[in-house]
Design a protein around this ligand. Structure first.
Ligand code: SF4
Length: 466
């Protein structure tokens, strides 16, 4: 789990500006919730800070996905209470109940002022208003059109929907976030345009189930820029691609389940409208395990689908996550998974050893495996996945790639660090940039450079800017 504390914006110093400490824990979806709250706080004239002391109250945005995240979130709340005393809690943990059916946060920390679930900007704002009235003069003009971003200025997450219609047996997200609710396509595209205009060079599309975008509204036709646009993955990606092209930026798709209609998006990748990169959380490969997991698209022939994707767009990079040691997983089923990862040539794979989550249906499945077996399978999986990944990376040596620069001290005179289309921020590898050979060449954060790949180092590449 990531843990971040952020400050954003300043306001005129003539009056006492109410100050709010803000801490955000969890995944990119929690991060976008945090961004919405920070944007609203700033729009109303509050000042936000990453410190607890000196703040008038503290908002803690929590994660409740796995036990470690719950502990981390509860500890953050305890710390905020000890150091400040006035604390509002939001996020996934806020929606969780303990064994007695009581709210977990208030049961452990009864002194918190208010608790909300995830995706609850308005409820959080209501609680803030109750305990710290908003300043008289809202400094709306101080807020950039793109809102307040918690990521570096050159990349941003774009959440297209909230919730999920599936009921995977290992997951409690639907019980915390509810069924799928797609954002209106006009709002999503307007936010994307504001982000590009605000300097974002890479937009990462996130949701619980990106492929399902629009299912809940029956792919209703919305409007954007005076034109009708369907609330549908293909239409969204095509429009985002056009916007990105106009601004010289990238669009990257995350959490895409391999439904047949995803095939339509591949030509957009082949045409260079969106990055040829798909984050497809498969979790397993064996049909029986997928059924026990109740996974979406579990009946799909994923090897054939991936082969077709590579035919349409040979440069596509695939990222996926898997679970090893799910209840009842036999050695043969696990071996099937290893064979799949090898055969599918998954470029970037992550793996968790199965860990029961409070309230998940999988806890009641027969055949729970000992922790040592789950961990051993995770290690065996990663050995195979890493061998595939490293071999695929090595094939890039000698190629020239476009690299988005994430860090470049002293204008890159000593080199820098960036990412190619094959690397999503935080989760994939990086491209280490050598110092430019031409004295006139400078490297700047948030800009692109062409670079020739000279070596592969584990999950990363080394490149010479040209
Ligand atoms: S698709 Fe499955 S794992 Fe993903 S959020 Fe929905 S229920 Fe959870």
């Amino acid at each position: 789990m990531e843990s971040n504390a952020y400050g954003a914006s300043a306001a005129p110093k003539t009056t006492k500006i109410p100050q709010i400490g803000f801490v955000s824990l969890g995944c990119p979806k929690a991060l976008t919730d945090a961004e919405l709250i920070l944007t609203q706080l700033t729009a109303e004239g509050y000042q936000t800070t990453k410190r607890y002391d000196g703040a008038d109250l503290v908002v803690v945005n929590t994660c409740g996905f796995i036990d470690a995240a719950v502990e981390e979130s509860l500890a953050a709340i305890g710390e905020a209470l000890a150091e400040n005393g006035k604390v509002i809690v939001t996020g996934c943990l806020g929606a969780r109940k303990d064994a007695g059916g009581h709210n977990m946060v208030t049961a452990i920390h009864p002194k918190v002022l208010a608790v909300t679930g995830p995706h609850a900007t308005q409820e959080v704002m209501d609680a803030v208003h109750r305990h710290l009235p908003k300043p008289h003069d809202p400094f709306v003009d101080l807020v950039p059109a793109a809102g307040i971003k918690l990521t570096p200025r050159h990349y941003a997450y774009l959440k297209i929907s909230e919730g999920c219609n599936h009921r995977c047996t290992f997951c409690i997200i639907p019980s915390m976030r509810g069924d799928l609710v797609s954002r209106p396509i006009g709002d999503v595209l307007s936010e994307a345009r504001a982000l590009f205009e605000g300097g974002v060079k890479e937009l990462l599309v996130v949701s619980q189930d990106t492929s399902a975008y629009g299912v809940d509204v029956k792919y209703r036709t919305g409007f954007w820029d005076g034109k009708p646009v369907k609330t549908r993955l293909f239409d969204l990606v095509a429009q985002l691609g056009e916007l990105a092209r106009a601004h010289g930026a990238w669009v990257r798709l995350h959490y895409v389940y391999p439904y047949p209609h995803v095939d339509e998006v591949l030509p957009l990748m082949a045409q260079g409208l969106v990055l040829p990169y798909l984050d497809v959380p498969l979790q397993h490969a064996h049909p029986d395990v997928l059924k026990r997991m109740k996974r979406p698209a579990s009946g799909e022939r994923n090897l054939e689908r991936i082969a077709r994707w590579r035919e349409i767009c040979p440069e596509i990079v695939l990222r996926s996550t898997f679970i090893a040691g799910f209840p009842g997983e036999t050695e043969a089923e696990f071996q099937y998974l290893l064979d799949f990862v090898h055969e599918a040539q998954i470029d970037r794979a992550g793996c968790f050893a199965y860990s029961p989550v409070d309230g998940a249906a999988a806890n009641a499945l027969p055949g729970a495996l000992p922790v040592a077996v789950r961990e051993d399978r995770r290690a065996r999986f990663m050995a195979v996945a890493e061998a595939v990944s490293v071999a695929r990376l090595k094939r890039r040596v000698g190629a020239t790639m476009q690299v988005l620069i994430d860090s470049a001290p002293a204008l890159g005179r000593k080199g820098g660090v960036g990412r190619s289309y094959a690397d999503a921020p935080e989760i994939d590898g990086t491209v280490r940039l050598l110092p430019p050979q031409k004295a006139s060449k400078v490297l700047k954060v948030g800009e692109f450079t062409r670079a020739q790949i000279v070596a592969a180092e584990g999950h990363d590449l080394v490149a010479q800017p040209i």
